[in-house]
Design a protein around this ligand. Structure first.
Ligand code: ADP
Ligand code: ZN
Length: 280
């Protein structure tokens, strides 16, 4: 029995599935505090048996480095009832024989979207910007996980917006997240279809994220998901800017086309990735 759990900021999904990521049965419910949210997943699983493997994709910040004593625990999150809560601990208490693995929501999404490739990156643009990386077939993290939304891009010409990141102002997330677009243009990103300048800026910043990933980890493909990426023509516009700036410098970009793509599994990427993590 293989189980997957996707812990999201607003909703949680628990599922039974196959080693290849296919979902057999799933259950969705709103995320509340740590103990209650895990108790609901555990009760659902117990009604169905005892899982041998459990994979979890979770919102962060979360400790995902097995070498650390706090592996599997939420770190300094403002979300009530989660800080210091051990997700893996709660599961191990009830299922002591299960092999439990946890990673970030974006890293498990990379697993789901890798499609047989060993080198893939994933960026999501919604309320925040996050990213995950699979390099040489392994999910990348250091002491903690990547924070691919929090670095400082070069400004688009004519852009003097201060940015909305509470920590850094004009980091990538501060300039290009959903809330950044809303603050900058006075409308939700989903309602900005008639504002080409908004998408000039937005794709300029996302192209830089792709260029940073190309320089750092040489993926064969960059998947961009999240609500904001659903704008019409988004991926093609990002790719065009990436190619114009790269000047044929990066082999990975020359060898792979299209390079910037939407997710194939959409809303199912998280739970599929959790099942794949359980089996990896
Ligand atoms: P969350 O981080 O809460 O999961 P989402 O990934 O759902 O957020 O992204 C929400 C953002 O996506 C909002 O800023 C919304 O305006 C924007 N959005 C949703 N649909 C579209 C669309 N079709 N085109 C552009 N932006 C969109
Ligand atoms: Zn920031």
């Amino acid at each position: 029995m293989i189980a997957g759990i996707e812990l999201g900021g607003t909703k949680t999904v628990v599922a039974l599935g196959e080693a290849d990521g296919r979902v057999i049965e799933e259950h969705r419910y709103p995320t509340t505090d740590g103990p209650e949210t895990l108790a609901r997943a555990i009760a659902w699983l117990q009604e169905r048996g005892i899982p041998e493997r459990i994979g979890i994709g979770a919102f962060g910040p979360i400790s995902v480095n097995r070498a650390r004593a706090d592996y599997g625990s939420l770190l300094a999150t403002p979300k009530p009832g989660w800080r210091g809560f051990s997700v893996t601990g709660a599961l191990a208490e009830v299922f002591p024989a299960a092999r439990v693995a946890i990673d970030t929501d974006v890293n498990v999404a990379v697993l789901a979207e890798a499609d047989g490739l060993d080198d893939v990156a994933y960026i999501t643009i919604g309320t925040g910007i996050g990213g995950g990386v699979l390099a040489d077939g392994r999910l990348v993290h250091g002491a903690v996980h990547s924070e691919l939304g929090h670095w400082f891009p070069r400004r688009a010409e004519g852009d003097d917006f201060a940015g909305v990141c509470p920590f850094h102002g004009d980091c990538l997330e501060g300039l290009a997240s959903g809330p950044a677009m809303k603050q900058r243009w006075g409308r939700e990103a989903r309602d900005l279809g008639d504002e080409p300048r908004a998408w000039e800026f937005e794709t300029h910043y996302l192209a830089q994220a792709v260029l940073v990933l190309l320089a750092a980890v040489n993926p064969a493909r960059v998947v961009i998901g999240g609500g904001v990426s659903q704008a019409e023509g988004f991926h093609g516009q990002v790719e065009e800017k990436v190619r114009a700036a790269a000047q044929s410098y990066f082999a990975a970009l020359e060898e792979n086309s299209p390079f910037v793509v939407p997710p194939q599994h959409g809303q199912q990427a998280g739970i599929r990735g959790a099942l794949l993590l359980a089996s990896s």
